[in-house]
Design a protein around this ligand. Structure first.
Ligand code: TXA
Ligand code: MG
Length: 341
């Protein structure tokens, strides 16, 4: 174990925050069994207190320590996908603090696969602890996929005198979008429910437990990552189909507008652009870094080439739809000069 991991584990045990890499996005971690430490996450993020956070656990964890009434399907999914980008919502064990569960009777649990996250989890409380960690961004902002993104977001709050003792650097997150969340806490009455699509698809889950997760209904647990306005940069985001993109681009440019483009097809250069891989995995891997870069480009709008709509693209479409929420009519307004410069 490296000295920095050891120091980070000690900091967590002392009730401080540590930002850690995971294979999905970077997390802002605290001891899940220390309510004051978990409260510090909310304070640092500027996040409402009633939003639950995911508890990250080491490989081989005793699920019965964290949850009750665990269905066999949960153990099957853990065997199939952990360590990995799947979060399961289960009935919480009585000792889980309200700060973690957001006052609900459930807890979200995931065993991440990033080697640095695993090392930290194994060092922390002798491998028996849980690290409560939402994505390491300010509330509502784009999730970080590099240590630099975390430093950009929390600057002064990092270090000896800040809330965040360490930012562990594990390189760029492989998956790039947040974990799939499946609710198994009401399995007997409602079946499995997909609360957030991600790298692990509904089909992959169904292949293990023989039941296709349903889309969330009104009674499903609240999830802040499912707020319409989540994952949004400051610059308005608009999506355009490949067929209309080139035309929209030239009309925006004729109207004197600065466009930051995120695309995967062959297109002429603009004010600023990032070309992403045309595969769902490659697109997801680079998406948040692209949104952050284009947000910093001083453009009037971030124009995104709408990805295909089929199954493997569900996760990126979900995040893009949320990033674009509230920007309806922005492109039309910019072309017709009805939006102030
Ligand atoms: O990939 C990920 O899941 C990343 C990394 C750091 O693990 N974490 C992450 O955390 O995305 P966060 O807090 O940004 O999003 C977690 C989502 C939120 O929408 C939260 O409301 C939901 O999980 N969640 C957590 N516990 C829950 C529970 N008991 N019931 C329902 N939703 C829950
Ligand atoms: Mg988040």
């Amino acid at each position: 174990m490296t000295d920095v991991i050891k120091a980070a584990a000690l900091a967590l045990e002392a009730g401080r925050l540590v930002a850690l890499p995971t294979e999905t996005v970077y997390g802002l971690g605290a001891d899940a069994e220390n309510p004051a430490a978990v409260a510090a996450i909310y304070a640092a993020k500027g996040r409402p207190q009633d939003h639950p956070v995911i508890v990250h656990v080491a490989p081989g964890v005793d699920l019965d320590y964290w949850a009750t009434d665990i269905p066999s399907e949960a153990r099957q999914l853990a065997d199939a996908f952990w360590p990995g980008p799947l979060t399961m919502i289960l009935k919480r064990a009585p000792h889980i603090p309200d700060a973690v569960s957001g006052g609900q009777d459930t807890v979200g649990i995931r065993c991440p696969s990033h080697p640095v996250a695993i090392e930290l989890l194994q060092a922390f409380k002798g491998g028996k602890g849980g690290i409560a960690a939402p994505s390491a961004n300010k509330f509502g902002a784009v999730s970080p996929t590099t240590a630099q993104h975390v430093r950009d977001e929390f600057g002064d709050d990092i270090g000896e005198h800040g809330r965040i003792a360490f930012v562990l650097d594990g390189g760029q997150s492989e998956v790039g979008i947040e974990s799939t969340i499946v609710d198994l806490s009401r399995l007997a009455t409602h079946g499995p429910v997909l609360l957030r699509p991600g790298h692990i698809s509904a089909d992959a889950i169904a292949a293990v437990i023989d039941q296709v997760p349903a889309r969330p209904d009104a009674a499903a647990p609240r999830a802040s990552g499912t707020l319409e306005s989540h994952y949004a940069p400051h610059t308005p985001v608009a999506m355009q189909d490949t067929a209309t993109l080139a035309d929209t681009l030239s009309r925006l440019q004729e109207a004197g507008r600065k466009v930051a483009l995120i695309h995967y097809s062959d297109l002429a250069a603009t004010h600023a652009a990032v070309r992403l891989p045309a595969s769902p995995e490659g697109f997801a891997h680079a998406l948040y870094a692209a949104l952050r870069a284009m947000d910093g480009a001083g453009a009037d709008v971030i124009l995104v080439e709408a990805p295909p709509q089929d199954g493997p693209w569900l996760g990126v479409n979900d995040r893009l739809r949320r990033a674009a929420h509230g920007s309806t009519g922005i492109v039309h307004g910019l072309i017709n000069n009805t939006t102030a410069l």
